[in-house]
Each structure stands twice: as structure tokens, then as C-alpha cells.
Design a protein around this ligand. Structure first.
Ligand code: ADP
Length: 549
């Protein structure tokens, strides 16, 4: 017997439709690349999203065809999120921090038809346009007054005139909720990037999931600043959750330096901000130097790489900002786990609670996790045994974008083994389901048959006041296979010797886990998604072991 409830597909346009009816006057505030602040409401955004849909019609962009963006977090990007997907086209967000060749490769692979870009990326677009024959229309995200006057890019049009001549009376089409909505490529630190193709259904369910109290706990009383980019994994779903929940959205544009982000948080009364550790490092560094505080920020979500305990303490203990540690991946939309505590955890001493909050956390309903050994056998949830982390659920990837890999019958090759997606992370899970990432499997250091978590070694160094940044990598060793080397960036004007660094480990890890050497650098190489490029570091450290062995 079928249920007798209304059969309404979960469509991205329905999120915006809801916002238009119930949060019409809630603000969206953006720091524009032009330098000024732009503000309007969900109601106005919805009208302009419909104009986007009409502009795509005028360009004869078909249902399911890809429309790319190279853009910061801003209101025009917001309109494209809804106008492109809502009208049945696929929004392809491109990470501008990837190299030219990788960007060319993914535009070609996705067969993007339109490319909308912020003016910051004009030099990149000048190089790209001759290399990307699939792109029929180039759109600069600005008004005519800022449109570059040279004719390097044939047919270049400003976004404002592209949508400005369109009516806003478009009616969002209704279609199957499993239709593709959005495409995002992994950063491809090893091998070619892989396309993850989200659906309307997965996106709407994920927006619901991230909003839950034990996930990011989003409400219509919040003012949310996503410092995580809209060009990578949908800014963690916050753009969709904004429409569903009705919180004020504050979009920081290109200015992600500490002073700019702090000023925006203060000016707009931000209560919740989401960022990766490398961006928060700049914000905290600025606050430390200037002695400033937050007057409205109550909560921050930190994810993308492990939140160092020292960062957690600075936010929570020094600045009174609650930290929510989250784990996810492009392939999981991205939210996979959040370190919020249960009633049983709340009965534990504060120190034990902090240890749990530093784990990557529990999945919200919608994600299932398990750890397995190399043969695929499930491992116990004892908080100690570590294994390969696998995930499944309605917002977890099933197969990569067709063409990336194909099965014999021409269908997209499944990304799954035994119905589960292998994350490439190594983790433990405790009896209460709290998951902790030990490492990415390719970063874990294998020394004499034992494993050393690079994250644990880094966190100890990051706790020292003279350390701005620390990263640990395994370096080939003739006897032990690999040995850890710790790379340190000192804070400006701070002294710290090799012996000082190594002394930090005495009594805190087993002796065989203590790094063999220390390499001091002025900067640590950071990749396109704000993560330490460990392969580059391994290269830089490869001679350290000669000293150490
Ligand atoms: P890419 O590195 O290709 O950009 P993602 O942005 O999807 O990929 O990153 C996913 C990976 O980031 C995870 O598999 C995990 O290794 C790491 N990661 C994400 N969040 C955390 C976290 N809170 N702690 C530790 N690692 C994390």
C-alpha cells in the first residue's frame, strides 16, 4: 500500500520559493570584489535568480547542460546557485585556486557552456577562453561600468546586462528530484580531479541535515558567515540551508584576511562563521596581534582538516566562541560528521568533553559510517582500533561524473565497494559512534610496521605559542620504512630551536613516535582547498632523513 501524502519532489527551487514566502525580507550582505558592501533581501535575490534562468533560456542552454562559475562568495554567485540549478541546468563551481591546466581540463571534461567569473579572475579567463571551445558565453560578474573594454574575450557580457534585460516572471519547472543539480570536482592532489555530481534530492536533504541542532544548529535567529568558499563543495551547504532556515547570510567575497573577516563579523553582527583551519589561523593571528575580540560571534564550525587543539582553545577559552568540529569531503556533500556531544557526554568531566569535541564526531541522520580492514571486514567501535573509513547515505557519492571512469557497459563506474564509499581516511570509532580521523591513508606514517598519526604530531607542535603552523610528514627511512619529520613555521619574531621542538614530545608520545627531525620554513605550501600540500612537503623533507638516520 502506498502512502497517501503529497508527492512533491525535493527541488532546489523549492528552497528559494520557501525563502521568498517566509523569509522575504531577511538580508543577504556581500562584500563585493568591487570593494563595497552590497545588501538586499531573499525576495530580491529570488527575482534575480529567475532572471538568470531566463538569460540561460535566451542563450539556448539546454536542460542538464553545465554552467560554470569562477567566483567568490557573493550575491551574484548566490543567484547563480538557484537560477542555474532551479531551471534544470547544472551549476559547475570551479575552484580558481587550481592550476590553469587543471581548470582547463575540468571545463573540457564537464563541457561547460557558460562561464561566469568574478573580475579577480579576468587574467585567468583571458588565458582560458581560447582553450575552452565548449564555452559559448562568457559572463563577467559585474555591471557594464566595470566590464573590461578590450575585446580579448569575444562576446564577453556583464552579468548585469546579461540578466538585466530579462523578465523576472519565470516559473520554476518541476522535474524528478534525482536530476543533477551541481557539479564539483575534487582537488585532485593525486591524479586527475574527479567530478561529484549532486542531485536536487541530495542537496535538499543535505541542507536539512546541516541545519539540525546536533549538526550546525542553524536558526532564523542566526547571522551566518561562510568563510568556506562557494566554489568548493557548496560552501558546506550553507547557501541552501540559508533559504530553508532563513538566517541572514553574510558573504565575504575575496577578502579572507584576518582584519577584513573580523571587521565584517563585527559590522554585520555575525553569530556563526564556518571556516577551514588555515583561514581561521589568519583571523586568530590578527586578533592576537590587535587584542580585539568578538562581540556577537557565538559559534564557529571548523572542518576541512583537523582542528588543532590550540585553535579550539583560543576560540573557546580565550574568545568565548563555541567550536563545532566537522568532517566531510566533496564526495559527502560535504557534511559527514560533527563533534556535538550527547546527554551522556555532558555528564563527563570538562577535559573528557574537550577530548571528544576534538574528534571529528558523529554523523547526522543521513550518513552512515564504518571502519574496515584492508580485506573489507568491519572493525570494532572501541575508540582504539583504526581502519579505513567508509560512508554511505543519500548525500554520499554513488559514482563519479561520467567519463571520469566508466564501467564496461558504458555506465558510470560505481565509486562504491560493497555499497559503501571508501573515503581514503583512516579513523577510529568509539562505542558512542564518535569518529576520529587518524590521518588520510596516504599521510599516515608507517614506521617499523606501526602507524604514526601525523595529525597527533602536528597538534602537539601547534600548541606551542611560538608555532604559527606545523605539518608532519613521513620520510623514507632505510630501516624503519618511514620516519616522521615535523615542519614548523615560527610566529614572526619568535625564537624556537630544533631541540625546543623535539622537547615538546617528551612524555607526550611514545619515543618511537617522536619526529626524527625538524625543518623550519617561512611558509607551508597550501593547496587549492586550504589544506597543507603534504606531497610537496615530503619532497622538501626527503633529505632530512639523511641527517636523522
Ligand atoms: P580535496 O582534498 O580533494 O579538496 P575534500 O575537500 O573533499 O577533498 O577533503 C576531504 C578530506 O579532508 C577528508 O577526506 C579528510 O581527509 C579531510 N578532512 C575534512 N575534514 C576534516 C577534519 N575535521 N579533520 C581531519 N580531516 C578532515
Amino acid at each position: 500500500m502506498r502512502g497517501l501524502m503529497q508527492d512533491q519532489p525535493l527541488l532546489i527551487s523549492s528552497l528559494l520559493g520557501f525563502a521568498e514566502r517566509f523569509h522575504r525580507d531577511v538580508e543577504i550582505v556581500s562584500r563585493r570584489v568591487e570593494g563595497d558592501i552590497h545588501r538586499y533581501t531573499f525576495g530580491a535575490a529570488a527575482n534575480r535568480a529567475r532572471q538568470v534562468a531566463r538569460a540561460l533560456e535566451a542563450n539556448a542552454i539546454g536542460f542538464g547542460e553545465r554552467v560554470a562559475t569562477l567566483a567568490w562568495n557573493g550575491y551574484r554567485h548566490f543567484e547563480l546557485y538557484y537560477g542555474v540549478s532551479g531551471s534544470g541546468r547544472v551549476l559547475h563551481t570551479i575552484n580558481p585556486r587550481l592550476g590553469l591546466e587543471q581548470i582547463r581540463w575540468i571545463i573540457e571534461h564537464a563541457q561547460d557552456q557558460v562561464l561566469c567569473f568574478d573580475l579577480t579572475f579576468l587574467p585567468l579567463v583571458r588565458q582560458l577562453h581560447a582553450l575552452c571551445p565548449s564555452v559559448r558565453q562568457w559572463v563577467a560578474l559585474c555591471g557594464d561600468e566595470h566590464l573590461p573594454t578590450d575585446d580579448d574575450i569575444p562576446g564577453l557580457i556583464s552579468y548585469e546586462s546579461w540578466i538585466g534585460c530579462q523578465d523576472d516572471d519565470y516559473v520554476w519547472p518541476v522535474f524528478d528530484e534525482n536530476t543533477a543539480s551541481t557539479l564539483c570536482y575534487t582537488s585532485g592532489t593525486t591524479g586527475d580531479p574527479k567530478g561529484v555530481l549532486y542531485s536536487h534530492r541530495s542537496t535538499v536533504l543535505h541542507a536539512w541535515g546541516v541545519s539540525l541542532p546536533d549538526a550546525l544548529c542553524l536558526s532564523a535567529r542566526d547571522v551566518v558567515l561562510p568563510a568556506v568558499p562557494m566554489f568548493h563543495v557548496n560552501a558546506w551547504g550553507l547557501i541552501y540551508a540559508a533559504a530553508a532556515v532563513g538566517f541572514k547570510l553574510v558573504l565575504p567575497g575575496a577578502a579572507l584576511d584576518g582584519p577584513s573577516v573580523h571587521a565584517l563579523i563585527e559590522a554585520e553582527g555575525v553569530t556563526m562563521a564556518a571556516g577551514v583551519p588555515s583561514v581561521w589561523q589568519m583571523l586568530l593571528g590578527h586578533l592576537q596581534q590587535s587584542g580585539q575580540h568578538f562581540s556577537t560571534l557565538r559559534r564557529t564550525v571548523i572542518g576541512g582538516s583537523a582542528c588543532p587543539p590550540a585553535m579550539y582553545a583560543q576560540f573557546a577559552d580565550d574568545l568565548g566562541v563555541e567550536v563545532v568540529h566537522a568532517w566531510g569531503m566533496t564526495e559527502t556533500s560535504p557534511l559527514g560528521a560533527v563533534s556535538t556531544l550527547t546527554a551522556a557526554h555532558m555528564a563527563l568531566p570538562a577535559e573528557a568533553q574537550r577530548r571528544l569535541q576534538l574528534k571529528q564526531g558523529r554523523p547526522p541522520f543521513g550518513v552512515d559510517l564504518r571502519i574496515v580492514d584492508d580485506a573489507g571486514n568491519e572493525l570494532p567501535w572501541d575508540g582504539k582500533t583504526f581502519g579505513n573509513l567508509q560512508a554511505r547515505g543519500p548525500w554520499v557519492v554513488g559514482a563519479y561524473y561520467p567519463g571520469t571512469e566508466r564501467a564496461g557497459d558504458g555506465a558510470p563506474a560505481s565509486a562504491l565497494a560493497d555499497g559503501w564509499f571508501a573515503t581514503g581516511d583512516v579513523a577510529t570509532i568509539d562505542a558512542a559512534g564518535m569518529m576520529q580521523i587518524t590521518d588520510r591513508s596516504k599521510d599516515v606514517i608507517k614506521s617499523g610496521g606501526e602507524w604514526i598519526s601525523s595529525i597527533d604530531i602536528e597538534n602537539i607542535a601547534m600548541g606551542h605559542p611560538a608555532v604559527a603552523m606545523a605539518a608532519c610528514v613521513g620520510v623514507h627511512h632505510p630501516k624503519w620504512d618511514e620516519r616522521p619529520v615535523i615542519v614548523i613555521v615560527r610566529k614572526p619574531g619568535m625564537e624556537m630551536s630544533r631541540d625546543d621542538v623535539l622537547a615538546l614530545y617528551a612524555g607526550r608520545v611514545a619515543r618511537w613516535q617522536v619526529p626524527d627531525d625538524v625543518l623550519f620554513l617561512d611558509d607551508i605550501p597550501i593547496g587549492a582547498t586550504g589544506k597543507v600540500l603534504k606531497n610537496k612537503l615530503r619532497e622538501l623533507c626527503k633529505d632530512c632523513i639523511t641527517l636523522a638516520s
